[in-house]
Design a protein around this ligand. Structure first.
Ligand SMILES: [Fe+2]
Length: 442
């Protein structure tokens, strides 16, 4: 029985398989392009390597795309064939992925936390829990989970700086900006390709309104885009937000076409409708239009992909972005089906949020496109303090607040605008009226 890079037992006796698996876990945590390839190398070198097979099946779920769900479930079911060599920790990973595949993400999280209570250096369990807390909007849990596990790490345990980056991001989403920035900058000093650490600093600078610092930071760390997976586009999206705030939308369409939604990019060609890419693209187009930019026919390809995903509730925060794209391209009947589908999402964890939050957010996006301002307010105002349940970050969800304030202003609902501006100002260090997207609200 060999041990992984953090000293945990794994069910392989094949050093080559283990090295490839360790590389794959490192790659997953750092958004490396070769993660899946490394995993395939691990299972090829030792087909009976249980945890590698489990993660290979789990990668289908990580795409957050319903069309990959059955493939993921089938791959996970096949892991039983090599379960005789698995240790209890590895078996729990399978149970967690199976719980997720069945729609019970809360159960999956309980299992990953159980693993971490015994094996705090299980980087895979830690990162998967981090991922789900983020996409469930549970920022306090996202932070507490990492803080608890970090106590079991030594300063020289492999991957320690990546744990610091996770903690930094949790701190940032909880509003602890100074500590988050310090911790993430240290982590990136240690590993220049720590993309989650680079991202955590970008979030701090976005929230604090330090736009020129943010642009300089992302430009200085542009080397990390090499060998990155599609997360590269999320980093360039962050740079666009900073640019938008600092100088307005001039020149950003070109940035969109070449750095965020370059359809000739092999990354986008391989995953043309990846949830995070769809969010980045729709969100930026919407924000640019909000500032008066004519984005031309750019919504159409997003609408094509969104229409094909109607009924897919794998990631709730993506759904209002799908609705934005469908409505912008004039596909109102499809947008209605999308919203109805959001209301009908099943699954123990996401089901109630689909009906309660995602559906009104989708309807609001459609009403906004139709200039039905009062309907936007009617859908979004009652759920605005629960939008976090869609998951994602403060910076990402801001597009829905921009939509609400804009609609309330155009509907002449001055009291609502006043309330929202006060609430927004309480949510960030920068007063809402000083932010470009809200200047008209002021
Ligand atoms: Fe982000």
């Amino acid at each position: 029985m060999l041990k992984d890079r953090r000293g945990l037992d794994v069910s392989t006796d094949n050093p080559e398989a283990l090295a490839a698996f360790d590389d794959a876990v490192d790659g997953y945590v750092t958004f490396h392009i070769d993660t899946t390839k490394r995993l395939s190398e691990a299972t090829k070198a030792d087909p009976s390597f249980f945890l590698a097979q489990v993660l290979k099946g789990g990668m289908a779920l990580l795409s957050l795309n319903a069309k990959n769900l059955d493939r993921g479930k089938a791959a996970l079911a096949q892991c039983a064939a090599v379960a005789d060599k698995a240790n209890p920790r590895e078996r729990r990973h399978l149970e967690a992925f199976e719980a997720w595949a069945s729609g019970d993400i809360d159960l999956a999280l309980r299992i990953w936390e159980l693993i971490l209570s015994v094996h705090p250096t299980d980087l895979l369990a830690l990162r998967l829990a981090h991922f789900h807390y983020f996409w469930l909007g549970r920022t306090a849990r996202m932070l507490d989970s990492v803080v608890a596990a970090a106590k079991g790490w030594k300063s020289d345990t492999h991957g320690r700086s990546w744990v610091a980056s996770m903690q930094a991001f949790g701190l940032e989403e909880c509003g602890e900006y100074a500590e988050a920035e310090h911790m993430a900058r240290e982590a990136v000093d240690y590993d220049r390709n720590d993309r989650w650490g680079i991202h955590a600093v970008a979030h701090v600078l976005e929230m604090q309104g330090r736009t020129s610092d943010g642009i300089a930071w992302l430009d200085r760390n542009a080397g990390a885009h090499a060998e990155a997976n599609n997360f590269t586009f999320h980093l360039t999206w962050h740079r666009a937000l900073l640019q938008l705030e600092q100088d307005g939308p001039d020149g950003l369409l070109d940035w969109y076409d070449t750095k965020i939604r370059d359809l000739s990019s092999p990354l986008i060609q391989a995953l043309p409708d990846l949830y995070i890419d769809m969010q980045n693209a729709a969100s930026l187009l919407w924000r640019m239009e909000h500032l008066g930019v004519d984005v031309g026919g750019r919504w159409k390809e997003l609408a094509d992909k969104a229409e094909a995903r109607i009924g897919d509730g794998s990631n709730l925060f993506t759904l209002p972005h799908f609705a934005m794209a469908l409505a912008a391209d004039g596909r109102f009947e499809a947008a209605k089906r999308l919203a109805d589908g959001a209301a009908a999402i099943s699954g123990a964890t996401l089901g109630p949020v689909g009906a309660g939050i995602a559906a009104p957010a989708c309807r609001a996006a459609v009403h906004h496109r139709r200039a039905e301002w009062k309907d936007v307010v009617a859908n979004l105002m009652p759920v605005r303090h629960d939008l976090w349940r869609l998951g994602a970050s403060h910076a990402q969800r801001d597009v829905l607040w921009q939509m609400l304030v804009d609609a309330a202003r155009k509907a002449g609902e001055d009291d609502a605008v006043k309330t929202l501006m006060v609430e927004l100002t309480a949510m960030r260090p920068v007063p809402a009226e000083q932010r470009r997207a809200y200047s008209r609200g002021a």
